[in-house]
Design a protein around this ligand. Structure first.
Ligand code: ATP
Ligand code: MG
Length: 455
């Protein structure tokens, strides 16, 4: 294992040791190392106080930034490497289940490890000797692929309500099983989980989405009651049958679509869109009496609205929300060879050129979710061909790309204001119908006519 340690990290360790201080690699880095994975961030723990860390590194040409000084953490930059160094901590007094009331420093690495969440995350590697400190048998649990709380699960969950969601997230990320006592303690901790900030919840949900099989995390969230707490709209999809359409209920179908997005390395936006694309279905489901099948009219619009509510609650950035909602709202196109060229151009204009690849991807995920077997993507492939042919023609698909703009209209005597927008919109419709109309002369003539009728 020693050979995996970055030489710069060994140099940093030597600096601490020369100053008479202990330093350990801790957290995810040790877990990943024991699992033979690549290490992405270096988290270090030391008995030196943040002031001592700062002094010792600065006198050895290191840079120190007080990134999390409240929690005893500083970021050390040394020879182009960056690592987080945290003074041994104990977290004793929790009164609100959100975060410790105060952070006090601990004397030993063992004490520091005892405040960590899971045994697999409570292993330290002494540097530079690489001696393993593993008081809770985390290495054994990693081998057995088990997520187990350090100490008594119910108490540990009571201290910090994010931990149950972290357990589920790690299960999804690592493909591990949550040990029984730890799993059984989750439902009893839900009232504490409720107090956790939405940003922290969102970060864990993002990590579930980023895992290779997100369904594992969302199924566990549902089974433990966490889904009802954080995304009740998705929980409601469970058991909503879609006979006549799909063999899966809306929940199962959404998870399959999301797994497809993950398996194909799709973006965070697409994974969210796949998960939430049908979330409005329970609200619009109706039984067609004559055929005996369910219908879900306009579910894409209802789903897009609900998406916004969910994603705003989870504090996603507005740009992410807008993109996901747009994809969800437009996911229901059903291409046939009967589409006219004008219909294809309208499709491009509605989706937006930049979103075309993503809407095809979402549709593929949706189709995959019908059965999870032998999906038939031929209609998408045909649409892609048609769209690409039309794009080559170089026509205008947005108002910005019309042969004339608002200024040209005003120069021709049309006043500014609302009418200008109405005219430009209609000009675009005309050009989508017939690209040959996209010349300044023709558009000005049409604009004059519209103005006469409506101005
Ligand atoms: P990742 O690969 O996601 O970074 P990680 O294990 O490094 O996984 P972090 O959130 O970076 O997770 O936390 C670093 C370490 O801090 C954890 O391994 C764990 O020891 C400890 N830790 C983090 N969050 C908590 C928490 N809520 N309660 C207790 N210990 C925690
Ligand atoms: Mg980490």
């Amino acid at each position: 294992m020693t050979k995996n340690i970055d030489p710069v990290l060994k140099e940093i360790a030597a600096i601490f040791n020369n100053a008479g201080k202990e330093i350990y690699l801790v957290g995810g880095a040790v877990r990943d190392m024991l699992m033979g994975k690549k290490i992405h961030d270096w988290d270090l723990a030391t008995d030196a106080s943040p002031e001592e860390v700062t002094a010792v590194m600065r006198s050895n040409k290191g840079k120190v930034i007080p990134t999390g000084i409240k929690h005893g953490t500083v970021t050390v930059l040394y020879k182009n490497k960056s690592c987080e160094v945290t003074t041994f901590r104990t977290e004793s007094d929790y009164s609100d289940g959100r975060r410790p009331d105060k952070v006090s420093y601990a004397a030993t690495i063992e004490e520091d490890l005892s405040r960590r969440d899971f045994t697999m995350n409570a292993i330290a590697l002494s540097l530079p000797s690489c001696k393993v400190v593993d008081p809770f048998n985390g290495a054994k649990d990693i081998k057995s692929e088990l997520i187990r709380c350090v100490g008594e699960a119910a108490q540990r969950f009571n201290e910090d309500g994010l931990r149950p969601l972290r357990a589920v997230r790690f299960a999804s990320q690592l493909g591990f099983i949550i040990e029984q006592e730890t799993l059984d303690a989750i439902p009893g901790a839900l009232s504490v989980c409720e107090k956790v900030s939405w940003e922290r919840v969102r970060d864990e949900i993002d990590k579930i989405l980023a895992s290779s099989l997100p369904s594992q995390g969302f199924n566990l969230m549902r089974e433990t009651g966490l889904l009802k707490l954080f995304i009740p709209e998705l929980e409601r999809c469970f058991g909503v049958e879609q006979k006549g359409f799909h063999e899966f209920d809306v929940f199962g179908h959404s998870l399959l679509a999301c797994d497809y997005a993950a398996a194909n390395n799709f973006s965070r936006e697409l994974r969210l869109a796949a998960l939430f694309h049908d979330i409005g279905k329970p609200d619009v489901r109706a039984l067609d009496k004559t055929s005996g099948v369910y219908t879900f009219y306009r579910h894409e619009e209802v789903s897009a609205d609900m998406n916004r509510t969910i994603m705003e609650r989870l504090k996603y950035p507005n740009a992410v929300i807008d993109k996901v909602c747009h994809l969800v709202k437009e996911h229901m196109f059903l291409y046939t060879d009967e589409w006219s060229n004008a219909a294809v151009r309208r499709f491009i204009a509605r989706i937006g050129e930049d979103n075309l690849d993503d809407i095809y991807r979402l549709r593929r995920a949706d189709i995959y979710g019908f059965s999870g077997r032998n999906p038939d993507y031929r209609s998408i492939e045909k649409l892609v061909d048609r769209v690409n042919k039309i794009l080559k023609e170089g026509s205008a698909f947005t108002i910005k790309n019309l042969a004339i703009g608002g200024n040209d209209l005003m120069a021709a005597g049309i006043p500014g204001g609302k009418i200008l927008g109405v005219i430009l919109k209609e000009l675009l419709e005309t050009v989508l119908d017939d690209p040959a109309q996209n010349t300044p002369e023709k558009l000005l003539e049409i604009a004059g006519r519209i103005f006469k009728e409506r101005g």
